[in-house]
Design a protein around this ligand. Structure first.
Ligand code: EPZ
Length: 417
C-alpha cells in the first residue's frame, strides 16, 4: 500500500479548491436507487468510499459512468438481492443503501457494515425506524434482511440526532405512503444537501437543517442533476495544517458558514480568519494559543470529525487543555502515535488532555482510521525532521489528493509506493 513521507518544518502558503464532500455524496449516491431515470452528479470526489459505493450500485444492476469529476448513473432496474457481503462490509455508509432499496424495491439485505474503528457504531436506531415504517426486520448473526410491501409514513422520535439514521429515514420516507415526521433529526449540512437533492428529484420535504423534518411520500421520483458541495472536514484539515505550521491559506468553493464552530475556535487560538460567500482565508503567525476546554457535539457544535485535526496545533500551542469527545467512544487512536513524535498528550476516559510543546519530531507512525490518519500527516508537516505515515489506505477513504494539495501550498511531502 505504501507510505506518505513528510519532511516537516515548512510554513504553508497558497490557495486550494476543496474537493466534493464525502459525507454529502454518499447518501446522494444511495438516492439514485430511488429513481429509474438517469442521474448526473458533478464535483464527485475520487475517494475509496465513492469507489465502493459505485461498485455497490453496479453490483445491484446499475449502469455507472465516471468522467473526471462527474458521475452518470442509470438505475433502470436493480436487483437488491445481488449485493454481496464483501462490498457492504467495506464501508459503514453501505447501510445507507438499505433505506433506498427497501423503499424502492421492498427488499434489502444489510450485511454488517464496515468502516473505521472509531466506535461500536450500532445500527439499532436504523432498524427500529424501518420497523416503525412497517418493514419486516429479520436479524441473523452477520446480516439482516429487510422487507416491506410499501413503507408507511410515521412519526419518528430519534433518541439522538444520528446523521446516518436521519439520512436513511429520508431515503425510506420519500416514496413511502403518507407523511413521515423525524423529530430529533440531525441538522448537519449534509442533511440539508440530501434534502435539496431529493427535492430536485420531486420529493416533498420541509424542515431540513432543523431538528424536525417532514416528508410527504410521493409515487415516483425522477432523475436529477446535482453539484456536490465542498467537503467541510477536508477544508478543516487544511486550515488546521496551517495552524500547526504557520502560514496563509485561501480556500475556494467552501461554505464557511458550515464551519462556524471550528472557525471560532481557530480565532481563539490566534488565527486571523476572513470569509466570503464561497471562499475563506486564514492566516496564522506565531504559535497557537491553547484552549483549556473544548468538547465535540452534534451540529452546529464542534464536529467530532475535527477533534483529531485540532489536536495537532493544540499539541504545539502555548498552554494546556483538554477536548471531550461526546460522539464516538474510540476516537483517540492517534494519541500513542503523537506521543512517539514527542507530544505531551494522554487520554482520560472520553477526554484527551494535552500540554503544548516547543516542537514535535518526525518518526514512523501508523494511521488507524480516516481523520486520525490525516492528523498524523499534519503532525508530520509541523514536526522537525522526517515522518513516515503507514496505513494510508484509511486516509484514501476520504481524501482525494491530500499529498498533492499539501505539496501545492509548500509542503515537502510525497508517496513512497
Ligand atoms: C456520520 O456517521 C459521518 N459519516 C461521520 O463521519 C461523522 O463522524 C458522524 O456522522 C457524526 O457527525 C458519514 O456521513 C458517512 P451517527 P454516522 O449515526 O451517521 C450512535 C468521517 O470521518 N448510533 O451520527 O455513522 C453512534 O454510535 C465519518 O467522515 C446509535 O447508537 O454517525 C454515535 O455514537 C466518521 N445507533 C452517534 O449515534 C444507531 O443506530 C452518532 O453517530 C446509529 C448511530
Amino acid at each position: 500500500m505504501g507510505t506518505i513521507v513528510v519532511n516537516g518544518g515548512r510554513r504553508l502558503n497558497g490557495q486550494l479548491f476543496v474537493q466534493g464532500s464525502k459525507n454529502a455524496v454518499l447518501p446522494i449516491l444511495a438516492a439514485t436507487i430511488l429513481t429509474r431515470e438517469p442521474c448526473y452528479l458533478r464535483h464527485v470526489p475520487a475517494i475509496k468510499d465513492v469507489q465502493v459505493s459505485l461498485q455497490i450500485l453496479s453490483q445491484l444492476g446499475g449502469r455507472v459512468t465516471r468522467m473526471d469529476g462527474s458521475v452518470h448513473i442509470e438505475n433502470a432496474i436493480l436487483n437488491p438481492e445481488n449485493l454481496t457481503p464483501t462490498l457492504a462490509s467495506k464501508m459503514r455508509s453501505s447501510i445507507l443503501f438499505s433505506g433506498a432499496c427497501l423503499s424502492a424495491y421492498g427488499y434489502s439485505r444489510l450485511d454488517k457494515p464496515g468502516g473505521c474503528l472509531i466506535g461500536e457504531r450500532p445500527i439499532d436506531m436504523h432498524l427500529q425506524c424501518f420497523r416503525d415504517m412497517g418493514a419486516h426486520v429479520e436479524e441473523h448473526d452477520t446480516y439482516t434482511i429487510l422487507s416491506a410491501d410499501r413503507l408507511q409514513g410515521c412519526i419518528h422520535h430519534l433518541r439522538l440526532p444520528s446523521v446516518g439514521v436521519t439520512e436513511n429515514v429520508l431515503l425510506a420516507a420519500v416514496l413511502a405512503e403518507g407523511t413521515t415526521i423525524i423529530r430529533g433529526a440531525a441538522r448537519e449540512p449534509e442533511i440539508v444537501t440530501l434534502c435539496q437533492c431529493l427535492r430536485k428529484a420531486g420529493a416533498r420535504i420541509a424542515g431540513e437543517g432543523s431538528s424536525q423534518i417532514t416528508v410527504q411520500g410521493v409515487e415516483k421520483l425522477h432523475g436529477f442533476v446535482f453539484h456536490v458541495p465542498a467537503d467541510r472536514i477536508v477544508a478543516a484539515t487544511y486550515l488546521c495544517s496551517v495552524m500547526a505550521t504557520g502560514g496563509s491559506l485561501w480556500l475556494s468553493g467552501v461554505n464557511a458558514w458550515e464551519m462556524d464552530s471550528l472557525l471560532r475556535v481557530l480565532e481563539r487560538m490566534g488565527a486571523e480568519v476572513g470569509v466570503r460567500p464561497h471562499s475563506m482565508h486564514l492566516q496564522m503567525k506565531g504559535k497557537p494559543v491553547g484552549i483549556p476546554f473544548l468538547q465535540t457535539g452534534y451540529y452546529p457544535e464542534l464536529p467530532t470529525d475535527v477533534q483529531s485535526l485540532l489536536l495537532i496545533p493544540l499539541c504545539l500551542s502555548k498552554g494546556a487543555g483538554e477536548i471531550e469527545e461526546r460522539i464516538f467512544e474510540n476516537r483517540f487512536r492517534i494519541v500513542p502515535e503523537l506521543q512517539k513524535m514527542g507530544a505531551v498528550v494522554h487520554t482520560d476516559g472520553n477526554r484527551v488532555r494535552y500540554e503544548g510543546v516547543e516542537a514535535l519530531h518526525g518518526t514512523a507512525v501508523r494511521a488507524a482510521e480516516l481523520r486520525g490518519g490525516a492528523a498524523l500527516v499534519m503532525a508530520g508537516l509541523a514536526a522537525q525532521g522526517q515522518t513516515v505515515i503507514s496505513g494510508i489506505e484509511y486516509i484514501e477513504r476520504g481524501y482525494e489528493n491530500l499529498v498533492g494539495d499539501l505539496k501545492r501550498i509548500g509542503a515537502d511531502i510525497y508517496y513512497e509506493r
